[in-house]
Design a protein around this ligand. Structure first.
Ligand SMILES: [Zn+2]
Length: 395
C-alpha cells in the first residue's frame, strides 16, 4: 500500500526524486515514496509542497504517483521533504468518508437506493442515487448516516486477494484486480476503495443533506456537506437567517410566511402602479392624438414621451384603428423607439424604424404593425423621429 493508504494522517514525509518529466512545459516528478493522494475515485488530489516547490496537481500514471510542480525541475536523486496542505486533505477525508456512510445508509433504507456516481470536488458534494428516494427516505438515510457517525466506529483498511473477496459482503464490487484494498467502518460498511479516510466515523459529523433533484438517467442527485464544511454551511445559514429575522422584524418560524405576504404586497403595488401608468398613458394618448397629422389616410402621432410610458403608450395607441404612433424616449445615455399602428390598414412601420435607427446608431425590429429599437445617441432622437415620419409612404 502507498504511504497515504497506510496512514491517511501522514502530513509530512522524507523521500527522494526518482524521475523528472519536463518534456512539455509542465514539470512532473516521481518520488521514491509519496503521501500525496492522486485524483481518483471522485476524490480530488492533494496539494502542498515538495521542499520549496508548490505541488499543484497529483496524478496516477500506470500505478505510479506523479506530482506536478511549479517552477524549475528539481535534480533527480535529490532528498526532499513533502508536506501536504492538511486542511484541504482533511476536508477531502471528511467528504469521502461521509459519502461511504451515506451510500451505506441509503441501501439500508432501501436496496434500490444504490449510489451510481459521486462528486467530491467541492464543499457541496453529490451522490446520484437509483430508485428515486422521496423526502421521508432522504431524511431516514441522513439520520442513519449521522447515527453511524455518533457511534464513533473505527475506520480500517486492509488488503485481500481476489479469492478472499468472497468472504466479505461488499457494498460495492472492486474496480481493480490483484490485491484489493478494502475499507471497513466498524461492522456497518465495507467496500473496495483506494481513497483516504478519517480514523473514526465521528470525524465526518455532521453529515447534512442540502438539496435533492432529478437528473438524467432517472437518478436522484442529493447534495450533502460533511464535517467542517457542513459546519461552515451552518454558520453561513445562521448568519443569513439572523439577518433576515432582524431585517423583516419577524420570528424565525414566521420567516417564510412573512416573505409570502411581502411578495403579495409587492405584486399588488406593482399592479396598482401599472394601472396608474396605463391611466396616465390613456390621457397622454388623447393629447397626442389631438396633435396628430394625417398621412396616407392614417392619423400619425410622433413625439418624445416619458421613458416609463413609452411601451404602454405604444400599446394604447396601437389599439386605435386608423392611428400610427412613432414614439421615442430617453433614459440617460439610452434612447428607445416604439412604433405601433392600429388594426386595419396595411402600413408597414419597419422602413420608418430603419430610418430612425440609422440616426441613433441603434438596433431593433418587429412586425409591420409593431416595431421597437434602441440606440446610444439621445441627442439625435428628434432627428430620428423626423426621419421615421419622412420614411412613411407619401399620400
Ligand atoms: Zn473510500
Amino acid at each position: 500500500m502507498r504511504p497515504d493508504q497506510r496512514d491517511s494522517y501522514l502530513q509530512r514525509f522524507r523521500s527522494r526524486v526518482l524521475e523528472v518529466d519536463a518534456a512539455s512545459d509542465e514539470v512532473w516528478v516521481r518520488l521514491e515514496e509519496s503521501a500525496f493522494y492522486p485524483s481518483s475515485g471522485g476524490q480530488p488530489h492533494d496539494t502542498g509542497r515538495i521542499d520549496g516547490w508548490p505541488v499543484i496537481d497529483v496524478a496516477s500514471r500506470g500505478g505510479e504517483v506523479w506530482h506536478r510542480l511549479e517552477g524549475d525541475p528539481p535534480a533527480v536523486g535529490r532528498e526532499v521533504t513533502g508536506v501536504l496542505d492538511w486542511e484541504r486533505r482533511y476536508r477531502h477525508m471528511q467528504r469521502h468518508s461521509a459519502q461511504h456512510l451515506l451510500s451505506q445508509a441509503f441501501v439500508r433504507v432501501s436496496p434500490a437506493f444504490e449510489t451510481r456516481s459521486v462528486s467530491l470536488r467541492g464543499p457541496d458534494c453529490t451522490l446520484d442515487l437509483a430508485g428515486d428516494p422521496g423526502d421521508d427516505e432522504l431524511r431516514s438515510a441522513e439520520h442513519l448516516a449521522n447515527t453511524f457517525g455518533y457511534a464513533a466506529l473505527p475506520v480500517t483498511s486492509f488488503e485481500v486477494t481476489e479469492a478472499e473477496l468472497a468472504d466479505y459482503a461488499l457494498r460495492r464490487p472492486p474496480k481493480v484486480r490483484g490485491r484489493i484494498r478494502l475499507v471497513a467502518m466498524g461492522d456497518v460498511e465495507i467496500a473496495a476503495c483506494g481513497g483516504t479516510h478519517v480514523a473514526s466515523t465521528a470525524e465526518t459529523l455532521p453529515i447534512k443533506l442540502l438539496t435533492s433533484e432529478r437528473v438524467r438517467g432517472g437518478l436522484r442527485r442529493v447534495t450533502f456537506r460533511a464535517g467542517w464544511e457542513a459546519f461552515d454551511d451552518y454558520r453561513e445559514r445562521t448568519r443569513l437567517t439572523v439577518e433576515l429575522v432582524q431585517r423583516l422584524s419577524t420570528p424565525l418560524d414566521d420567516l417564510g410566511g412573512r416573505v409570502v405576504r411581502l411578495q403579495e404586497e409587492l405584486a399588488e403595488a406593482r399592479a396598482a402602479q401599472a394601472e396608474a401608468r396605463r391611466r396616465r398613458a390613456v390621457d397622454t394618448a388623447e393629447e397626442l392624438l389631438r396633435a396628430g397629422r394625417l398621412r396616407a389616410g392614417v392619423r400619425v402621432v410622433s413625439a418624445e414621451v416619458d421613458d416609463e410610458l413609452l411601451d404602454v403608450l405604444a400599446e394604447v395607441l396601437g389599439e386605435r384603428s386608423g392611428v400610427a404612433a412613432l414614439l421615442g424616449s430617453r433614459d440617460g445615455e439610452r434612447v428607445r423607439l416604439a412604433f405601433a399602428r392600429g388594426p386595419g390598414g396595411d402600413l408597414d412601420l419597419r422602413p420608418a424604424l430603419k430610418a430612425a435607427l440609422d440616426e441613433i446608431d441603434g438596433r431593433g425590429g418587429g412586425r409591420p404593425e409593431r416595431v421597437q429599437g434602441a440606440g446610444r445617441r439621445p441627442e439625435a432622437l428628434e432627428r430620428a423621429l423626423r426621419a421615421a415620419w419622412e420614411a412613411l409612404p407619401q399620400p
